[in-house]
Design a protein around this ligand. Structure first.
Ligand code: F6R
Ligand code: MN
Length: 414
């Protein structure tokens, strides 16, 4: 990706204002209703707009007040909050890694924007001594997060495409807003684990390294200490991808002429792609990644991967289907052939000693996670020369038929 603009949420990403919000609610409840506001109640307010918080807390503490009074109370809370910011906000409240991230982005020519729904944002940024190339004015945004509007406004300001941006958020609705704008998303903290961000970090302290990787490519992963990497398909942010186009696979399909005709018509379709992380070649490590095999046929043969034996023959491999449908065709060097169905939620095990190949018999991409012993290595030659014993073909009625490979039969009869 060519990164040109980084767009940040404010609260929980750039700065932590949690203590100020807590203190403001505490003072409000003590003064108005003689209630001691607790951290447990404060938890309920995370990521919730001000007036909604007010209603929620009133219900929580059993306060009886009409809408108008609650509005006045919410405004008072905001005044207390602003006053606390005035008195106490300092650069010490900037979250770890943020100053380094902003310096790095400036050095590397990446523009920065702030996409906060808070009207207090300009004051906060000023007070912290931070500068962004652009701050979206939330008052001019018709629909708040999770709608994409605020991120689209940042993008439009710089005249760049969504793929040239990345958004950073710590709340589920914020990540949803970034993704709805079509941008890759970096999520911070456990709250966003379920939000489908492209990358999830434990803390903002990991942001400088994450941006360095986005700009320069992935660093060595921590195979000795453990790591978490994005394998989303398509991987928009990290793992390098190997692609296999039809022109690299013509010899693998039974109907070679059909393959050549497709190529002669001027197209060279992408048949499959996979990315795996560079595991150290050590028997104790596990290599893993994701393969996406696209739907299609060459003649009547379904799209498939090349297939291979492992170099260390006696090593198995597990495939776990995430999307689509098809099968894992396997065979050993004797007479055993099996095909194992692949569909979301199913794991297929290619036993040690068995060559294996994915075949997509459906009409959407077949996406599988795979894992195997990291030092297994690959023997592609055997399959390249004589194929598998079985061919997986589409019937005229659109069904699936598994037939003997005539080429292989002849060979085994000799
Ligand atoms: C690794 C493995 C898979 C495949 C991938 C592409 O041992 O089985 O990662 O490498 O699905 O298929 P091939 O390697 O057959 O082109
Ligand atoms: Mn394999």
């Amino acid at each position: 990706m060519h990164l040109r603009v980084a767009v940040f949420d404010l609260d929980g990403v750039i700065v932590s204002t949690d203590t100020f919000h807590f203190e403001a609610w505490k003072r409000l409840f003590a003064k108005r209703w003689g209630i001691v506001h607790t951290p447990a109640a404060e938890e309920l307010t995370k990521g919730v707009a001000r007036f909604e918080c007010m209603k929620l807390l009133a219900r929580y503490y059993g306060i009886r007040a009409d809408e108008e009074e609650l509005h006045r109370a919410a405004e008072e809370k905001n005044r207390i909050y602003q006053q606390l910011l005035q008195e106490q906000l300092s650069p010490a409240n900037i979250l770890p890694g943020i100053p380094q991230t902003l310096v790095l982005l400036k050095e590397r020519g990446v523009r920065t924007a702030l996409a906060s729904s808070s009207r207090n944002a300009p004051f906060i940024i000023n007070r912290l001594g931070l500068t962004f190339d652009y701050c979206v004015d939330p008052a001019a945004i018709p629909h708040g997060k999770p709608a994409p509007d605020i991120y689209l406004a940042a993008m439009d300001h710089f005249g760049v495409s969504a793929q040239e941006c990345v958004g950073v958020e710590d709340a589920v609705s914020g990540v949803a807003s970034i993704l709805a704008a079509g941008m890759p998303a970096i999520g911070i903290g456990p709250a966003v684990i379920a939000a489908r961000a492209d990358v999830v970090l434990e803390t903002t302290a990991q942001l400088p390294q994450t941006f360095e990787e986005l700009l320069d490519g992935p660093r060595q992963l921590d195979w000795a200490g453990g790591f978490c990497a994005a394998l989303a398909a398509p991987a928009r942010l990290r793992a390098p991808t190997e692609q296999r186009r039809l022109s690299q696979l013509t010899g693998y399909f039974e109907d070679r002429r059909a393959a050549e005709n497709i190529l002669a018509s001027g197209s060279d379709p992408l048949v499959y792609e996979y990315h795996q992380l560079n595991a150290p070649r050590d028997p104790g490590d596990v290599a893993f990644g994701v393969t996406t095999l696209y739907p299609g046929v060459v003649g009547s043969e379904f799209y498939m991967t090349k297939g291979h034996f492992h170099g260390v023959l006696e090593t198995g491999e597990v495939y776990y289907a995430l999307q689509g449908s098809g099968l894992l065709l396997t065979e050993d060097r004797h007479r055993h052939t099996r095909w194992l169905p692949l569909a979301p939620g199913r794991a297929a095990y290619a036993a040690k000693g068995f060559a294996h190949r994915m075949v997509n018999t459906g009409d959407e991409p077949l996406v599988c996670f795979f894992a195997y012993r990291a030092d297994a290595g690959h023997d592609y030659k055997t399959i390249e020369q004589s194929g598998f014993r079985k061919l997986v073909l589409r019937t005229e009625g659109g069904g699936v038929s598994i037939q003997d490979n005539p080429k292989k039969k002849q060979e085994e009869e000799v």
